[in-house]
Design a binder for this molecule. Structure first.
Ligand code: ACM
Length: 260
């Protein structure tokens, strides 16, 4: 299976320009799974909940249409972050798309910083989607700091974690080594680059998108400050074997009666 990321530099509110950036990065790529950053089309630093709501879309909106086209052109299942509107609610979501089909939507459950002003917290269970020979779970950015998320997706059968991100702290890329190692799953962290200076906020995003293997090996590491893309070929079934030696199975060895 060929899995990868597209790392762009969204300009706030400029969806058409941001689609064009992604289109350019995807040129010539054929893959089974491609992951795009969190909020790749809108940018990150909203100044109010109203502004987030104005840029948010329902599933089936123009961002969904763009991603369907991207899926058709690359042959890939696409996972990408978007601002999702559902009635009066606004979520920081990721969508999984294959061709014209929406395979699933995940609504970020651990909101970071002022996201608590801009968005509603996710209200749907963590899910794993089986598609084209892969079992894929989604999480978004700050979810990395809550090990329960990847553990839950692993217990639900995920082989690959698709992880759109807008990282501003320097720790996630290293932490993903442990997250993947402790769950024996693959992960694709698709981070953005660039800077959002809006209202009182000034965020610089750290790039270095990363494909991490089930054994903690880093299979690909993106540029820290330039747009980038990368794919790598993996044997997804390596994530099905949780044995690290003849005696230790990382899932079956858990001692649940000792944990909260
Ligand atoms: C983040 O969750 N976007 C830091």
């Amino acid at each position: 299976m060929v899995i990868g990321y597209l790392q762009n530099s969204p300009h706030f509110g400029q969806k058409i320009e941001n689609f064009a950036q992604i289109q350019l990065l995807a040129k010539g790529i054929n893959a089974n799974l491609l992951v795009l950053p969190e909020l790749f089309a809108t940018g990150y630093a909203f100044t109010s909940r109203e502004e987030a709501a104005d840029l948010a879309e329902i599933s089936g909106g123009e961002t969904t249409a763009f991603l369907s086209k991207l899926s058709a052109e690359t042959g890939a299942v696409i996972v990408a972050g978007f601002a999702e509107k559902d009635g009066n609610q606004v979520f920081n979501s990721s969508i999984m798309i294959y061709g014209d089909s929406v395979i699933g939507i995940y609504r970020k459950i651990h909101l970071f910083n002022k996201e608590k002003i801009w968005f509603d917290p996710g209200n749907k269970p963590l899910e794993v989607h089986q598609i084209n020979g892969m079992k894929i779970g989604m999480m978004i950015c700050f979810d990395w700091l809550f090990p329960e998320v990847m553990r839950t997706l692993t217990l639900k059968g995920a082989q690959i974690i698709a992880h759109p991100a807008n990282l501003v702290m320097p720790y996630c890329q290293s932490a993903m080594i442990t997250r993947c190692l402790e769950n024996r799953v693959f992960a694709v962290t698709a981070n953005r680059i660039g800077r959002d200076i809006r209202g009182e906020d000034d965020f610089t995003f750290t790039g270095q998108s990363q494909i991490t293997a089930f054994n903690g090996n880093i299979l690909s590491s993106g540029h820290a400050s330039k747009a980038d893309s990368s794919t790598t070929d993996i044997d997804v079934h390596q994530a099905d074997n949780k044995m690290i030696n003849p005696f230790n199975d990382l899932i079956n060895d858990r001692r649940e009666n000792f944990y909260f």
